[in-house]
Every structure is written in structure tokens, then in C-alpha cells.
Design a protein around this ligand. Structure first.
Ligand SMILES: Cc1cc2nc3c(=O)[nH]c(=O)nc-3n(C[C@H](O)[C@H](O)[C@H](O)COP(=O)(O)OP(=O)(O)OC[C@H]3O[C@@H](n4cnc5c(N)ncnc54)[C@H](O)[C@@H]3O)c2cc1C
Ligand code: FES
Length: 274
């Protein structure tokens, strides 16, 4: 872990445009001996002169020499990150936050449900699960985006979909003339999967409304609430539980989250004005 409060400079090795407003970049972690993290954790990324934002790590935990993030440019800091080029340096603090329950999922079916940029924090879990494929039961991935042009990691999705040991379904809210796939909300995909709800672990990441409906659907299919995990987003400043910006009830998302079990969130969200 880097110093919790001081950004460590790291240079950009590669940049890939994923969609019109979303890009991934690899940072060179080799000079510091690699960067270790658990799937689901995030870093605070500092665009010098603009500010710092929390961004999930979207790369492969088994390749510690490169540290990958996928960013959707929505405001000043993420747009400043978008304007950087190979060789430029940014500041990194982290890794922070709670991970996805990948170990708990061993021996069980694994259900990953992503909406939009929510696939980025789940991608390290996919790498992790596929690298030890035999220790998990069935692997089901449901992914929804607004339009075909908003789909992330399309080449990898095609590769994962081509595997006999992965069930992967993609949907978009609105198709285009070339779109031959499914349209509609991601929740609809869950019924297509062949899995054993009472012996599965689900990990959900995306807009809160999507996670709310998807977790209801999973519970309706017979999945126990304590095995459903969600990743939450709130504005952050310190990332280490000191400033209170990311407070959710008595918890701080930066250190008690972002990954929470549904049972804990239901308790937190039922408290008014959270
Ligand atoms: C734990 C955690 C992990 C995150 N991981 C990622 C990630 O992997 N990739 C990524 O791109 N973003 C991620 N985010 C969101 C990211 O931190 C924000 O998009 C960023 O802080 C925006 O900063 P800004 O200065 O560019 O824009 P701001 O000025 O802060 O925001 C610009 C506008 O965009 C809106 N906005 C802010 N966040 C979002 C959002 N997530 N989606 C849509 N609109 C938004 C704001 O309400 C505002 O209207 C994560 C957030 C958290 C808390
Ligand atoms: S960001 Fe400061 S307490 Fe979480």
C-alpha cells in the first residue's frame, strides 16, 4: 500500500479508448515492485493541478506490474485524466476499501451483475475466478449498458462468452440498427442463467436503482440476502475514513465499503436521510 495520505507518482504505460467517454489506462507499477490489491478495491487518483477522485482498479490482480483503471469522463478531474498521454504521471493512493467476496464464493456458483461502468470494478473478479476456474461452480455474468456503443471491454466479453464454462448475457437499453443482441434491463437476464440460487454468491455493481431491482430479483429466485454483495459509490475526499464525506449511516464507504453485503445495506438504507 502507498502512504495513505500522500499520492505516489506513477507513469502511464498505455491508454485504450473503451467508448466515446470511457477509457482505460495502465500505470507502470514495476519500479515500485508491483501493486497488489484485491478485486473490488479502489485507488484515489490525483490529476495534478485538478484534484483527486476514487476510481476502482479494473485490471488483473495476477499482473501486479501494471495497475489498470477504467474511467468515465464526467467532470473536471476525470476529464483531466482523459487528457493525459502515455508517459504522463499521476498520483496514486491506495488500495482502499473492502474487496468482493471471491474466497467465500469458492465451491459455489458465482453470479456477477454489472451495469455500465460497474463492469470495471467486477473485471478483477472475473480474472480471479477464471484463473482458478475449477474451484468455483457455475459462473454467470450479466452485463447491461445504455447502448451498444457504451459496452466496455467488447473483445474480452466475446472471449469470455466463447468459453464453455462461462454463461454470459449482455443487454442494452436501446439497440441500434446493427444490434442483434438483447434489449431491456439487466435484471431480465438473471432468469436465463442455469445456477443454484441457494448455493451461489452474487456481486452487483452499477447504478443504485439497477442493484436494488437485481437484488430483489435474486432474492425472488431464492438467493439468501447475506450472499448478495453490492458496491456503493459516494463522493470521497480522504479515502481513509477521516473526513466523513462518504458517510453511510455509521459507516464510511471508503473503509467499511465500497463492497457491502445486502443485509447490511438494507439496515443502513432503511434509516431515513442516509
Ligand atoms: C469507490 C468508488 C469507485 C469508483 N470507481 C469508478 C471507476 O472505476 N470508474 C469511473 O469512471 N468512476 C468511478 N467512480 C466515480 C468517480 O469517482 C466520479 O465519476 C468522479 O469522482 C467524478 O469526478 P469529476 O471531478 O470528474 O466530476 P464531478 O464534478 O465530481 O462530477 C461531474 C458530474 O458527474 C456526476 N457524476 C459523478 N460521479 C458520477 C458517476 N459515477 N456516474 C455518473 N455521473 C457521475 C456528478 O454528479 C456531476 O454532475 C467511483 C466512485 C467511488 C466512490
Ligand atoms: S472519504 Fe473521507 S471518510 Fe471516506
Amino acid at each position: 500500500m502507498t502512504d495513505a495520505l500522500f499520492p505516489e507518482p506513477m507513469a502511464i504505460l498505455r491508454i485504450r479508448n473503451e467508448t466515446a467517454d470511457t477509457f482505460s489506462f495502465d500505470l507502470d507499477a514495476r519500479p515500485r515492485g508491483g501493486f497488489r490489491f484485491a478485486p473490488g478495491q479502489f485507488n484515489m487518483l490525483y490529476a495534478f493541478g485538478f484534484g483527486e477522485v476514487p476510481i476502482s482498479i479494473s485490471g488483473d490482480p495476477l499482473r501486479p506490474g501494471v495497475l489498470t483503471h477504467t474511467v468515465r469522463a464526467v467532470g473536471p478531474v476525470t476529464r483531466a485524466l482523459q487528457g493525459l498521454k502515455k508517459g504522463d504521471v499521476i498520483g496514486v493512493r491506495g488500495p482502499f476499501g473492502t474487496p468482493w467476496p471471491v474466497d467465500e464464493a469458492q465451491g459455489k456458483d458465482v453470479l456477477l451483475v454489472a451495469g455500465g461502468i460497474g463492469l470495471a470494478p467486477l473485471r478483477p473478479t472475473i480474472y480471479s475466478v477464471l484463473s482458478r476456474r475449477k474451484v468455483f461452480g457455475r459462473v454467470c455474468i450479466a452485463y447491461g449498458a445504455r447502448t451498444p456503443g457504451d459496452l466496455l471491454y467488447t473483445k474480452e466479453i466475446a472471449r469470455w462468452r466463447g468459453r464453455m464454462d462461462v454463461q454470459l448475457e449482455v443487454t442494452v437499453d436501446r439497440g441500434d440498427p446493427e444490434w442483434r443482441g438483447q434489449t431491456g434491463v439487466v435484471t431480465k437476464l438473471l432468469r436465463h442463467f442455469d445456477f443454484t440460487p441457494h448455493d451461489s454468491v452474487a456481486m452487483l455493481c452499477g447504478p443504485e436503482v439497477m442493484m436494488r431491482f437485481a437484488s430483489r430479483e435474486l432474492e425472488g429466485l431464492g438467493m439468501p440476502a447475506p450472499r448478495i454483495y453490492l458496491s456503493m459509490e459516494r463522493n470521497m475526499k480522504c479515502g481513509v475514513g477521516s473526513c466523513g464525506h462518504c458517510q453511510l449511516g455509521p459507516t464510511f464507504i471508503c473503509k467499511d465499503g465500497p463492497v457491502y453485503p445486502l443485509t447490511q445495506l438494507v439496515r443502513l438504507m432503511s434509516v431515513r436521510e442516509l
